[in-house]
Design a protein around this ligand. Structure first.
Ligand SMILES: [Zn+2]
Length: 462
């Protein structure tokens, strides 16, 4: 570690975090840096201790869990290990958004310390919940720990390539200015995918020489694709991808453009930093000291390695508790030891939502997140809907504006053909509007193949 890294780590970051009210950041990051090397058994013990504390707290301070547990004849003593969690109901976005400001609110936290947060998913449903500075600080610590897995340390150059800037201390005028300069951060604002813009991004990254480039999977994929086609390579040791499904094909494309750098995929959602890849590149380590993951199918926990819906318990969140929260992403996990030596369990698979997936003949699953990512880069496309009529027959309906030209159509076609593969028949249809469902919801994704396979599951407690 360089003297500058030590200076940032020991003086600047803790001082800045404290000033901005995020005191928990540094101690929590340090604890994560050491606990990742614990054995799986020790990590389970740590999870159980945190779970007991969490359950006791939500029983005492939320109406929701007091009622749910009383109805089931449970006391906090009945939930001693993560295995006991099955005694509690599975909840989802609907339940949390409905109760977050009343029955699911931690009554022990004064209103003025609560921070409102929301996130929206592929169906346009919005998750609303409360968080606190302490909880956010712990989430960031989880994020930095993942960056460290990819070779980051404070003071090393990093670049982010995203639509909006991510400023840790955005509420603090002085710190936010200092933050980027001291942390040697370059932000590449993603505006529009054109050859001219992509050439400029490639040039700026080559000049800046970051050790880490962080981006949405599809954004960096478009850049890499452009670079490969134009014979450009820029070594970047680690490309951290986030936010969307990363396919093996996208990974390959990105690793070619930034060779000998590698892709480190990261997974965070709904206020949680859930998992991130280490340099063994064998799945993603779960942020297990903060998030307990269960894999659920038909309401039951499945064995290690089996696919199901990821159901998360945030062991550090009480403002709005996330306990057995079905995030509706599909994946599998394992506690098998990783080559890197960390005891943290891993997600061995991660796919999109069950109802938002296409299955193809060659056994791949295509996800709606991928299409939202793609079309996010085309401001000329105002709305879209993807319909899988048959396993190898996909129609994409597009609502476009006056700026959409033949060149854009060609780019959309090529990018989708890359992703869907050559065996799939792709039809682009131009429409005036995308019809909504009877409930008024807009579906981005309709699979006539998967519809029968995935029932519309909703779990509701209380
Ligand atoms: Zn590992």
């Amino acid at each position: 570690m360089s003297a500058y890294s030590r200076f940032l780590r020991n003086i600047v970051i803790p001082g800045g975090a404290k000033l901005a009210g995020y005191d928990a950041f540094t101690p929590y990051l340090r604890s994560l840096e050491s606990s990742q090397w614990l054995s799986p058994q020790q990590i389970r013990t740590l999870q159980n201790a945190k779970l007991q504390r969490l359950i006791r707290h939500v029983y005492e301070h939320t109406d929701f869990y007091r009622r749910v547990m009383d109805e089931r004849g449970l006391t906090p003593d009945d939930i001693r290990t993560t295995d006991d969690l099955v005694k509690l109901p599975i909840i989802d976005k609907k339940v949390i958004s409905r109760h977050y400001d009343a029955a699911l609110r931690d009554q022990s936290i004064p209103r003025e310390r609560l921070i409102h947060a929301s996130s929206s998913g592929s169906t346009g449903e919005i998750l609303q919940y409360w968080t606190t500075k302490e909880q956010k600080a712990k989430k960031w610590a989880g994020l930095y720990r993942f960056w460290e897995l990819a070779g980051y340390d404070f003071g090393k150059r990093y670049a982010t390539f995203t639509v909006s800037a991510n400023r840790g201390f955005s509420n603090h005028p002085i710190l936010s200015k200092l933050e980027w300069r001291m942390l040697r951060h370059l932000w590449l604002p993603m505006i529009e995918i054109t050859d001219e813009n992509l050439a400029e991004y490639a040039r700026r990254i080559a000049a800046f020489k970051p050790v880490i480039l962080r981006s949405y999977a599809s954004t960096v994929y478009f850049l890499a694709r452009y670079m490969n086609r134009n014979g450009l390579t820029t070594p970047v040791p680690a490309v951290i991808t986030t936010g969307e499904t990363l396919t093996p094909f996208m990974r390959e494309t990105v690793e070619k453009a930034f060779a000998p750098g590698r892709v480190f995929n990261e997974y965070g959602a709904d206020g949680m930093q859930i998992a991130g890849e280490c340099d063994a590149h064998a799945g993603m380590h779960i942020n297990a000291e903060t998030v307990f993951v269960e894999v659920i199918r038909d309401g039951k926990r499945v064995a290690d390695g089996e696919i199901g819906e990821l159901t998360l318990t945030n062991l550090e969140a009480t403002a709005t508790p996330f306990i057995r929260y079905n995030i509706h992403d599909v994946g599998a996990m394992t506690w098998e030891p990783c080559a890197c030596g960390r005891g943290l369990p891993r997600l061995s698979h991660l796919e999109g939502r069950l109802t938002d997936l296409f299955a193809t003949h060659d056994g791949r699953w295509l996800s709606v997140h991928h299409f939202t990512g793609f079309f996010g880069h085309f401001p000329q496309v105002e709305a879209f809907q993807v319909i899988q009529h048959d396993v190898d027959d996909v129609e994409v309906k597009l609502v476009t504006n006056a700026e959409f030209t033949h060149r854009h159509e060609q780019m959309v076609r090529e990018a989708l053909a890359d992703y869907l593969g050559e065996t799939i028949r792709l039809t682009l249809t131009y429409v005036d509007e995308i019809p909504t469902t009877p409930a008024g919801k807009r579906r981005f994704f309709i699979s006539e193949v998967m519809q029968s396979a995935a029932g519309d599951e909703t779990s509701e407690a209380a």
